[in-house]
Design a protein around this ligand. Structure first.
Ligand code: COA
Ligand code: ZN
Length: 313
C-alpha cells in the first residue's frame, strides 16, 4: 500500500470568517479561537487583515491579534494586505507572511479595494516584491477566480494570466479563490489542469466557499487534479462583505473528513476542531458548522468521553 499523502490546510476563519460578522469580536476571543485551532493541529492560519478599519471595522485590531498569537510555535501565521500601507502595518506588527488580494475582474477590484484591475495588479506586484525583499513568505489570492458577483463568469484564461503575473512577481503560493462559491467540480478540474501548465501545482492553493453546497466536491476535484493545498474555515464561517452572495467558506471539518476518508492525511484532530467550532459558535451567538458537524457531535458524544480521545476521521 502506498503511504498516505499529506494535504496542507490554511485555516482562514480568523480573517475570512470573522471579517463579515456584525458583532465585534474581542482580540482576546480571536486569540482563543486561534489557540483552539492550533490545538486541533492547524499549522497555517490566516490570522487577520491589515485593511482600512473604515472598510472592515472587525479587523481594526490586526496588530494586537498578531501580538496575541505569534507565541505559538511551528505555526505559520499570515495577514491579508490590500496595499503597501497594509504591508507596512503588517511588518511593523511582526507578521512573517502576508497575502495580497487581487480580483480577476475590474468591478470586483473597484468594490473591494477601490482600484481598477490595472492598478490592483501593479499594487499587488509591488507589495509582493517588497514583501519578498523583506524575507516574508507571500500568498497571492486571485479572487472571484471562477465567477464575479458583478460581471458573471470569469474566463479561465484571465485567472491564469493573473496567477502567472503574481508568480512572476515572487508569490510563494497562488490562492485560487471561489469567493462567491459559484464553481462546480468540472470547472475546477479544467482550471487546475490549464493553470498547472505554467504555475507549479504544488504552489497552488484552492479556496472554496460552500454557497451552493459544492465546496467539498470542488475540493475533491482539485485533489484529483493534483492540488494539495487548501483554505478552509472552522464551522464554515466566512464571506466577503464586498461580494454580494458570498456565503460561508468550505468548512474545515468537511474538508478534513473528505480528505481523510479519501486517503489523505491532514494532521487535524476533528474532535479538537469541534471545540474551536463550539467556541466560535458561543462567541458569535448562532449555530455554526459544516455539513458534517451534526454527525461529528454524535461521534464525540458516543466515544469522546474517553479521556484525551482524538479523531482524525
Ligand atoms: N490599513 C489601514 N488604513 C489604510 C490602509 C491600510 N492597509 N490603506 C489605506 N488606508 C487608509 C488611508 O490612510 C486613508 O486614511 P484617512 O481617511 O484617515 O486619510 C483611508 O484608508 C483611505 O485610503 P485611500 O488610499 O483613499 O483608499 P480607499 O478609501 O479607496 O480604500 C483600501 C482602499 C484598500 C484601504 C480599502 O478599500 C480596504 O481596506 N479594502 C479592504 C477590503 C477587504 O478587506 N476585503 C475583504 C478581504 S478580500
Ligand atoms: Zn474567501
Amino acid at each position: 500500500m502506498s503511504p498516505r499523502e499529506t494535504i496542507h490546510i490554511t485555516e482562514v476563519s480568523p480573517r475570512d470568517g470573522l471579517q463579515n460578522q456584525p458583532a465585534l469580536v474581542s482580540t482576546a476571543d480571536k486569540a482563543r479561537l486561534v489557540a483552539l485551532l492550533v490545538e486541533a493541529g492547524l499549522r497555517s492560519i490566516e490570522a487577520t487583515s491589515f485593511v482600512s478599519p473604515k472598510a472592515v471595522p472587525q479587523m481594526a485590531d490586526a496588530a494586537d491579534v498578531i501580538a496575541a498569537t505569534r507565541h505559538h510555535e511551528h505555526v505559520r501565521f499570515s495577514a491579508l494586505i490590500p496595499n503597501l500601507k497594509g504591508l507596512e502595518r503588517a511588518t511593523a506588527a511582526g507578521a512573517r507572511e502576508v497575502a495580497i488580494v487581487l480580483a480577476a475582474t475590474e468591478t470586483m477590484n473597484q468594490r473591494n479595494i477601490g482600484m481598477s484591475l490595472g492598478q490592483a495588479i501593479e499594487v499587488s506586484e509591488a507589495a509582493l516584491v517588497a514583501a519578498r525583499d523583506q524575507g516574508l513568505r507571500t500568498r497571492a489570492y486571485v479572487a472571484v477566480a471562477f465567477e464575479c458577483p458583478f460581471e458573471g463568469p470569469v474566463d479561465p484564461a484571465d485567472t491564469i494570466r493573473l496567477a502567472e503575473r503574481m508568480l512572476a512577481a515572487g508569490a510563494s503560493e497562488i490562492v485560487v479563490a471561489d469567493t462567491i462559491g459559484a464553481a462546480a467540480p468540472g470547472q475546477v478540474t479544467e482550471l487546475v489542469r490549464r493553470m498547472a501548465g505554467t504555475v507549479p501545482v504544488e504552489r497552488i492553493a484552492m479556496h472554496f466557499h460552500d454557497t451552493r453546497g459544492l465546496g467539498a466536491a470542488n475540493a475533491y476535484a482539485a485533489l484529483e487534479a493534483g492540488i494539495r493545498r487548501f483554505d478552509s474555515s472552522a464551522g464554515g464561517i466566512g464571506g466577503c462583505p464586498f461580494a454580494p452572495g458570498a456565503a460561508g467558506n468550505l468548512a474545515t471539518e468537511d474538508l478534513v473528513l473528505m480528505a481523510e476518508k479519501s486517503g489523505y492525511d491532514t494532521g487535524i484532530d476533528l474532535f479538537r476542531l469541534l471545540a474551536a467550532v463550539d467556541f466560535a459558535q458561543e462567541v458569535l451567538g448562532r449555530p455554526l458548522g459544516g455539513h458534517s458537524v451534526t454527525w461529528l457531535r454524535q461521534r464525540l458524544k458516543a466515544e469522546g468521553s474517553r479521556s484525551g480521545a482524538g479523531m482524525s476521521a
